[in-house]
Write a protein that binds this ligand. Structure first.
Ligand SMILES: [Zn+2]
Length: 352
């Protein structure tokens, strides 16, 4: 009986030896190859079954047969690895040489297309208006030297805005700019007049409540030339208001104080919410029933600012105006709270 077992095993081994190479070779892909491998070397594989039957082989012959079984196992494993590598290389080559993946095909996910954030939309609109009026665009740094943010703009050292509590300071004594006016300082120090540009950008203050955000966006317009007067400023403001809020939008200037201009003014436009078809305003809660809404600050550039930046105030005059882009967007789209712009709620953003 044990001789029979030995005979059977030897027959099976010879049979397997004949067949495993062609079986591996004919496997066309990795899945088929792994199946064939499992049939041979897996838990219920043919060679595994033979190994299990080794106990039936008589002692003296066991060692010799065992060696042959093991050799076959090693051979089969090597053949499997070799064939696997070949199949993987073939698949990779076919991939590389095949028709390239078409990146322009539309996606299958049910997401709508995104669009620009309302603050970006209003910024691009305002930039386009000033560009068409002949202004260039400057962008400056957000981390600034104290003197470019305050002193050169005529802020006295004890001005509340320079207080540590109101601005974000770095450990090295720089600060996050509190307005985009640092851009005009750098422009005046590096260029000769005449110049006309706008400076849009993010600014930072230690404010966080319903109507303030620690980060918001400003846009300043800045013009220096000979014989610039308040009338030029007024003309630019009327043109700007008409283009952004509709032709004929009335503009008024109220005297006000900013350290870097003289005279300075706050600018109101006719309320966009209670405007009647005949062009008059009925008054509403948003304009506190006055028919006017404040939109920006402006003024003639203070001679001290010119001097601080190396420009002769006897020869050159100019104006500056600055606005908050969030405020413009709130007026334009009727948004009640500034923080809605920064919460990134898709239900809000999808409305623009
Ligand atoms: Zn109103």
């Amino acid at each position: 009986m044990s001789d029979d077992a030995q005979q059977q095993i030897e027959t099976k081994l010879a049979g397997l030896r004949e067949t495993f190479l062609p079986r591996f070779a004919s496997a066309e892909n990795e899945i088929v190859l792994r199946e064939e491998n499992a049939k041979l070397l897996g838990k219920k594989g043919e060679l595994t079954a033979i190994l299990r039957d080794m106990g039936k082989v008589p002692g003296p012959a066991r060692k010799a047969i065992g060696e042959r079984v093991n050799n076959l196992k090693v051979e089969a494993e090597a053949a499997f690895e070799l064939r696997l590598k070949t199949i993987q290389k073939e698949a990779r080559d076919a991939d590389l040489n095949g028709v390239p993946f078409d990146l322009t095909l539309p996606g299958r996910m049910p997401f709508g297309k995104g669009h620009k954030h309302p603050i970006n939309q209003i910024r691009e609109e305002v930039v386009a208006i000033f560009r068409s009026l002949g202004f260039g665009v400057h962008e400056g740094r957000e981390i600034e030297l104290e003197e470019n943010n305050f002193a050169r703009l005529g802020f006295p050292p004890d001005h509340p805005a320079t207080d540590m509590q109101d601005s974000f300071w770095t450990t090295s004594g720089h600060l996050l700019r509190t307005h985009t006016s640092n851009i005009q300082v750098r422009a005046m120090m590096s260029q000769k007049p005449p110049m006309a540009f706008i400076a849009p950008g993010a600014v930072y203050r230690r404010d966080d409540d319903a109507t303030h955000s620690p980060m918001f966006h400003q846009l300043e317009a800045f013009l220096v030339d000979e014989n610039v007067s308040m009338a030029h400023l007024r003309g630019i403001l009327s043109e700007f208001a008409g283009r952004l809020f509709g032709a004929g939008t009335p503009v008024r200037l109220r005297p006000s104080y900013f350290p870097f201009v003289e005279p300075g003014a706050e600018v109101d436009i006719g309320c966009t919410f209670c405007k009647k078809s005949d062009g008059t305003r009925a008054g509403c809660s948003l304009c506190k029933h006055t028919g006017w809404i404040e939109v920006l600050g402006c003024g003639m550039i203070h001679p001290v600012v010119f001097e601080q930046c190396g420009i002769d105030p006897e020869q050159w005059t100019g104006f500056a105006l600055g606005m908050g882009l969030e405020r413009l967007a709130m007026l334009r789209y009727g948004v009640p709270h500034m923080r809605l712009f920064f919460e990134n709620d898709p239900r809000f953003l999808a409305q623009f």
